[in-house]
Design a protein around this ligand. Structure first.
Ligand code: FES
Ligand code: FES
Length: 867
């Protein structure tokens, strides 16, 4: 037995068979493992709250979340992490997860593997999926929907040898790039990185969402032993504002400035270690003159009192368009529904909190900064960091470190500028990692939107008119809020042909949490509302939900939404609808409560934006084939797509290919967003391969390829009758089956037209994970803020309402491949569409249970009739 020497400052136990003594002042075992012993397979997703399961280790053979274990309880124990598991056994788990596609970003997986090992050791082949899903109650996975995780665990339990398919060309089910390393926690995320002389930064956040900052006193923090420096806005040498579209987001609020939301940063403490930095941050004293926050978006729009410091009014954007005489169509219609739908703010809850490492250097007398970022747009990060430092872009390189999930929430910079600023000014490497609570406060969320819909049809259920008035709460800073409401407006009518339409969507600035990009990007909200109206009309007409969709689904050559004439790509919508027909009829005949949703989601930014991306293929003399592309790997598999394109085009050995994303070459075009990574990334890598082939694959040369979409038109462009606002869309029909007696959701059948499934396993995983997220959005997830203070009222992962493994119904995926004209391999993109139709389908299924319509999300919180 190890010993705790009372009165001494160390605790002794064994880790992976070796005796260790660690500093007794660590707040928990996870901190000792990661920060002192440099054991990084246990990940930190939420310490010390114990709610994500990522830090699970075996303590005396039992799986336990290590962030909840005080060291005083650990003395003398035997700890096993994945680093200490027998190599054969490690391989079995890694191969099973890789073969089944049981991981995406991978951040949650090492903890799940530890939990699985404990159960498999105990029950062997008797371990059932139902058992295991209960044991996963202590774990969250935000990417996979758990389906393929449970497949992988079952495979190990039954002793089935996984077949690791070599990565093949387009359409093959090869394993994900780096899957095995990710499964075992060996492929580091930013917070797993350590460099010599590294300092740690902590952010001091505001205590008020709207207050004048009178003074900031950092003296007590600076005096704390171990603190190297405390930075405030006065230390910023360059520009003080950043932002993807508008530069309106202050890096720090200065004395004399004004705060605008709960995530505003007032100071950055830099210290020898993270705990000291955080302790010192608590010692900063700020004098505020609080103002009343403006938290109601309608009140904000009506007010002349400006909510956000540095802006001049509270309307961030207004997106409008109209076609035909909507009022006349409504007046002449056989059936009309008028409904108001209200959707909630939700949190991304990617499992890896934001982390940035900035490393300065001097080459030939020139100062350089190398930044490791998990962001979704390292080119934007580089440009804004350079502006903040007041240096040329060439002085800053940003390398993407494949992140632990993002879903849109890592588009804006969070702590990149702060870590970069500290490293640059102190000329030392600086890492800044957010706590879960800070992550909640800082990054942008999904917009809550209130939508008034009027939809009219004729006696047979053919749509005649859609009229929409919507207001979204965008929170304080712009982020991409105006684009989200623009996308909501564009998708307002769903995948249907509507002869007349009139839409207005306003994004309001308030002192609530910033809202920006989140998987679906406004399309989810709009289509929850549109699908709800369609189901009401079906009931009035006396036809089924399937039939009214069939009668109205948009077809090639027809005018869609904002006036776009759809190409053959839109055949996918009807094909998806047809793909679920038999199951729909059967479930209804069996007396089940059945709901259906049909949706579309653009791939690519469109709206007149010139999207140009490049890739490089290089045959190195070492034999390695480097592929550099511009897109963020966040679990979705873009690196695997790049690899598969190279194998398809060049027929090379996949083991010789290395995929890299960095800013040393000008390849990028902004954010990995809008379901465009696979579409555009594949296009650019394909073009680079073609360039390589044309040059006989000459070694040590950058073979450059480019893919561009520069032919789209802005939404609402005056004088353009038929704007081509998007080049590509993905389509999906989802059927939700509920128990008519209990309302419990039993099954989701998801038919998705992806154009071409580059890797069907990864494609299914995207859809399963999206459906899981969509069910949470429909039923239980919420991230409200206090109307008095503007602060979020939820502070923990558990409180968010994310579905656990045992609560996920059967999810079946049908991949439909109706190719998109003029896209590489016919690809359409799948990143976001997976949860666009889900909430509407759930609402319809629950209506079939109890006859009540639901207009508010999440539905579990409101099952009141709105009629
Ligand atoms: S980090 Fe320990 S449970 Fe999340
Ligand atoms: S794979 Fe589980 S959180 Fe990403």
């Amino acid at each position: 037995m190890g010993a705790t020497e009372l009165g001494s400052e160390t605790v002794t136990f064994t880790v992976n068979g070796a005796a260790v003594s660690v500093d007794a002042s660590h707040p928990h075992l996870l901190s000792a493992l990661r920060e002192e012993l440099d054991i990084t397979s246990p990940k930190d997703g939420c310490s010390p709250s114990g709610q994500c399961g990522c830090c699970t280790v075996l303590i005396d053979g039992r799986p336990v979340v290590s962030c909840q274990q005080p060291l005083s309880k650990i003395s003398g124990s035997s700890i096993v992490t994945l680093e200490g598991v027998d190599e054969d056994e490690r391989r079995r788990y890694a191969d099973a997860f890789a073969a089944c596609g049981g991981l995406q970003c991978g951040f949650c997986i090492p903890g799940i593997v530890v939990r699985a090992k404990a159960q498999v050791d105990k029950k062997g082949a008797d371990l059932t999926k139902a058992d295991m899903s209960r044991h996963l109650g202590a774990h969250l996975c935000r990417c996979t929907g758990y389906v393929k995780i449970l497949d992988a665990i079952e495979m190990v339990a039954r002793g089935v040898t996984p077949e690791i398919a070599p990565t093949g060309g387009i359409g093959s089910r090869g394993t994900k790039y780096e899957a095995q390393e990710l499964a075992l926690g060996d492929r580091g995320y930013v917070d797993d990185m350590r460099v010599p002389g590294m300092l740690h930064a902590a952010l001091h956040l505001t205590a008020h969402t709207r207050a004048d900052v009178v003074s900031i006193d950092t003296s007590a923090a600076e005096a704390l032993p171990g603190v190297v420096h405390v930075l405030t806005a006065a230390d910023i040498p360059g520009e003080t504002y950043v932002g993807i579209i508008y530069k309106d987001w202050p890096v720090m609020i200065p004395a004399g400035g004004r705060t605008s939301y709960a995530g505003d940063v007032l100071a950055v403490v830099v210290a020898d270690d993270r705990r000291t930095a955080r302790a010192a941050s608590e010692l900063i004293r700020v004098e505020y003159q609080p103002l009343t926050p403006i938290t109601d978006p309608y009140a904000a729009i009506a007010s002349t009192d400006v909510a956000v410091w540095g802006t001049d009014n509270n309307v961030l954007s207004t997106s409008t368009y109209a076609r035909g005489d909507v009022e006349a169509s409504i007046a002449s219609a056989a059936h009309v529904v008028e409904e108001t739908f209200v959707t909630q703010r939700i949190e991304h809850a990617f499992l890896e909190p934001e982390s940035t490492l900035a490393v300065p250097s001097t080459n030939d007398g020139r100062r350089q900064l190398y930044v490791y970022s998990g962001g979704q747009g390292i080119w934007d990060d580089r440009n804004d960091i350079a502006r903040v430092l007041g240096v040329d872009n060439e002085a800053v390189t940003v390398e993407l470190v494949t992140n632990g999930g993002a879903f849109g929430g890592k588009e804006d910079m969070s702590n990149q500028a702060h870590a970069a600023l500290a490293a640059w000014l102190l000329d030392r490497p600086v890492k800044c990692t957010l706590s879960r609570e800070e992550s909640f406060l800082l990054h942008a969320k999904r917009h809550p939107i209130t939508m008034q819909y009027t939809v009219a049809c004729d006696e047979e259920g053919h749509l005649l008119a859609v009229k929409v008035r919507a207001v979204g709460d965008s929170g304080a800073y712009a982020s991409v809020g105006m684009k989200v409401l623009e996308r909501m407006a564009g998708h307002a009518s769903g995948p249907y042909h509507v002869p007349t339409i009139d839409v207005e969507a306003v994004a309001a600035r308030t002192n609530n949490p910033v809202c920006g990009a989140f998987r679906g990007f406004g399309a989810n909200q709009a289509q929850f509302a549109m699908e709800g109206c369609l189901d009401r009309l079906a009931e009035k007409v006396g036809i089924s939900g399937w039939e009214i969709r069939k009668r109205n689904v948009v077809k090639p050559g027809q005018v869609w939404g904002p006036g776009q004439i759809m190409d053959d790509g839109c055949l996918g919508a009807e094909l998806c609808l047809d793909a679920v027909k038999n199951d729909y009829d059967r479930a209804r005949a069996e007396g089940k409560a059945v709901g259906l949703g049909l949706g579309l989601k653009n791939s690519g930014l469109g709206n007149g934006f010139k999207e140009i991306t490049r890739a490089v293929v290089r045959f190195c003399s070492s034999g390695v084939i480097e592929v550099r592309h511009g897109w963020t790997e966040m679990g979705q598999g873009i690196n695997t797509v790049a690899l598969q394109v190279v194998v398809e085009e060049l027929g090379v050995d996949p083991d010789m290919v290395r995929v890299i994303v960095d800013t040393t070459r000008e390849l990028g075009l902004g954010q990995t967003t809008g379901s465009r990574g696979t579409l555009m990334g594949a296009g650019a890598v394909k073009a680079a391969c073609e360039a390589a082939r044309a040059a006989d694959c000459a070694p040590d040369v950058d073979h450059l390829g480019e893919y561009r979409v520069d032919w789209t038109t802005k939404l609402g462009e005056p004088g353009v009758e038929h704007p081509l606002i998007h080049s590509t869309f993905g389509y999906a029909a989802q059927m939700v089956v509920a128990d008519p007696a209990t309302g419990k959701i039993e099954r989701v059948l998801a038919a998705h037209d992806v154009g071409r499934a580059v890797n069907p396993t990864l494609c299914e995983g995207q859809i399963e994970g999206s459906v899981h997220m969509g069910l949470g959005y429909a039923l239980s997830e919420d991230f409200p803020s206090d109307p008095e203070t503007g602060f979020p009222t939820k502070k923990t992962l558990r409180s968010l309402g994310i579905l656990r493994a045992k609560d996920v119904p059967q999810i079946d995926v049908i991949l439909v491949e109706s190719p998109q004209p003029n896209s590489p391999y016919g690809i359409k993109g799948v990143g976001e569409i997976g949860l666009v139709p889900t909430a509407g389908a759930v609402a319809a299924a629950l209506h079939a249970v109890d006859g009540q319509w639901r207009n508010r999300l999440p539905m579990a919180a409101d099952s009141e009739s709105d009629d």
